[in-house]
Write a protein that binds this ligand. Structure first.
Ligand SMILES: Cc1cc2nc3c(=O)[nH]c(=O)nc-3n(C[C@H](O)[C@H](O)[C@H](O)COP(=O)(O)OP(=O)(O)OC[C@H]3O[C@@H](n4cnc5c(N)ncnc54)[C@H](O)[C@@H]3O)c2cc1C
Ligand code: SF4
Length: 506
């Protein structure tokens, strides 16, 4: 008897917990998986991201077959449309199950490819723990805003993570204040777990080098996990060796040390190899059994069930117009050195190099270096969003848009963050070891040796003075600016214009 139901699984849905799989009858279904070269070329994705996705898909297809599923897999196929047609011609199924896509508009785009006589059922995403209703309930009106912190409390209560009855463990919801230590040069950072490519990944590497040769990055030294089994090993390694120290130096940046104590689990969570709740529960266990400090465990859990859930809900509440927002009227192009790393700014050079090498930078490098530069230089939000989406192995529209347009560039007028994360060299010098080896002088804002972060920071405040002066969270910054004389402002303006005219030479 021919299979009667198809289940389409896309590259970021490779989990046995996939709800479309869960609602199907194995004996009467066929799983459809397609590697579309056209989709891979839609954006100039980093080569390591393409290797990750295609290799995860190929390994997952084998895992499905081992578990008794019938799989119809289209390798290195030109386009989704041809493969879909071939699939339905071949299998004559009458129904398609597909788990909801994480990108706005993608459900509709995929449905357009399905023959009209096929019944399509979209099932709920398996890798989020909140509901739309829980988020909506917190909004007083259509236009009101909700903070991540409030939503996070709801998620803590819902999951009972780090709760003592109705109260948060230790008496506080958030221990971020203990988590902002500068880098400790004597600290022995534990290396992250790396995975040698197997034959399947080696074949994918060849395929990526053939079809996507002009994309950024390289396939060399690919070290990410591509199966659930290895992703679980990566998570265990983080929990055993780095979770306890995750918190204190979470915001630190060190030359040549791209990972520090961050988990590097986002590539696996975003492809559904790992579930955020299983990680949060493991982390809680470490605290309860005395193996990890509360500030680190709470910080990690907040990222997973606070920030991650919050940005997912913000995205679905405010798209599609959210992506187009540009409240600060930023229009500059992304400079060429974002793709090459060739700049005299030592902090940018090092963080761009690690991004180009690994498709990864940790949160503070993304926010306070790459993002901060983009913010204060007035780079176009859409262009910056595209650059981040290209360069990061964990980059997907749902998570990129709120983090870039909202949190980083403040282009949403303050929905995700109440103040822009603009900072001068003072912050970078405090939180990193970059400045002492730099061509520029971190103390200067004007003159030949002035640090571009300083000039652009003050220029950013001057340009947006009218907007920010009523923002109480920016009171200190605006007070500092108010004390500056006119001739100083004119010098900043002149130097900022020179920087922007010669942006690829700085
Ligand atoms: C400009 C910018 C772009 C970003 N782009 C992405 C992206 O494309 N994909 C992505 O997953 N995250 C993105 N983030 C959020 C965050 O930086 C990454 O999730 C994190 O750095 C991933 O590394 P990690 O796994 O080592 O995280 P850890 O620091 O170990 O954190 C643990 C987990 O918490 C979650 N998390 C933490 N912060 C956030 C956040 N702000 N939003 C959503 N989830 C979060 C992730 O799943 C992460 O794996 C971005 C942040 C900024 C400022
Ligand atoms: S001086 Fe400026 S450009 Fe150089 S490392 Fe410090 S912050 Fe970066």
């Amino acid at each position: 008897m021919s299979a009667r139901t198809s289940i389409w699984i896309t590259g970021d849905q490779c989990s046995m917990k996939n709800t479309a799989l869960k609602s199907a009858d194995k004996s009467n279904s066929v799983v459809l998986m397609i590697e579309s070269v056209k989709r891979g070329n839609q954006i100039q994705y980093h080569k390591k991201k393409l290797v990750l996705i295609y290799s995860v898909m190929r390994h997952f297809a084998l895992e499905l077959e081992e578990a008794g599923w019938k799989v119809d897999y289209y390798k290195e196929y030109p386009d989704f449309a041809d493969a879909v047609k071939k699939h339905f011609d071949k299998h004559k199924t009458q129904k398609l199950l597909i788990m909801e896509q994480s990108e706005y508009g993608a459900n509709e785009r995929l449905q357009k490819l399905i023959p009209k006589d096929i019944e399509v059922e979209i099932t709920a995403h398996c890798n989020f723990i909140s509901t739309k209703e829980e988020f909506e309930k917190l909004h007083k009106s259509k236009d009101s805003r909700v903070t991540m912190e409030n939503f996070y409390h709801v998620m803590r209560k819902k999951t009972n993570l780090l709760m003592d009855g109705a109260d948060p463990v230790g008496g506080s919801w958030n221990y971020d204040k203990s988590n902002r230590l500068p880098p400790d040069k004597d600290f022995k950072w534990k290396e992250i777990k790396r995975f040698e490519p197997d034959q399947i990944t080696k074949d994918v590497i060849k395929m990526v080098d053939k079809h996507f040769a002009n994309h950024p990055g390289s396939t060399d030294n690919f070290m990410y996990a591509v199966t659930r089994e290895d992703a679980v090993l990566a998570a265990k390694d983080f929990i055993k060796y780095r979770l306890n120290e995750f918190g204190p130096h979470q915001d630190a940046m060190l030359e040549g040390k791209p990972f520090l104590n961050h988990s590097i689990l986002s590539p696996y969570i975003n492809t559904c190899l790992l579930h955020p709740l299983e990680l949060a529960r493991k982390a809680e266990e470490e605290y309860r059994e005395g193996r990890a400090q509360l500030s680190s465990v709470e910080g990690f859990i907040r990222q997973l069930i606070g920030w991650r859930e919050f940005v997912w809900r913000v995205y679905w509440r405010l798209m599609p117009e959210y992506k187009e927002r540009n409240e600060l009227f930023a229009e500059h192009k992304v400079p060429e050195f974002f793709w090459t790393g060739k700049t005299k700014m030592h902090c940018m050079q090092d963080s761009l190099k690690t991004t180009i090498d690994n498709g990864y930078a940790h949160h503070i490098v993304r926010l306070m270096l790459l993002g901060n530069f983009s913010l204060i230089a007035g780079l176009s939000p859409l262009a910056v969003n595209e650059w981040f989406t290209q360069m990061f192995v964990d980059g997907y529209d749902w998570v990129m848009v709120p983090n870039v347009i909202g949190m980083t560039l403040h282009a949403d007028g303050g929905y995700v963050g109440t103040k822009p994360y603009a900072a001068s060299a003072n912050y970078i010098n405090k939180m990193s070891d970059y400045c002492k080896k730099c061509h520029y002088d971190q103390k200067l804002a004007t003159g030949e040796k002035a640090c571009p972060f300083n000039t652009l920071y003050w220029d950013f405040l001057i340009r947006n003075e009218g907007k920010f002066k009523s923002n109480h969270r920016m009171a200190m910054m605006m007070k500092n600016l108010a004390g500056k004389p006119d001739h100083w402002r004119a010098e900043i303006d002149k130097q900022a214009r020179t920087i922007m005219r010669n942006i690829n030479k700085i």
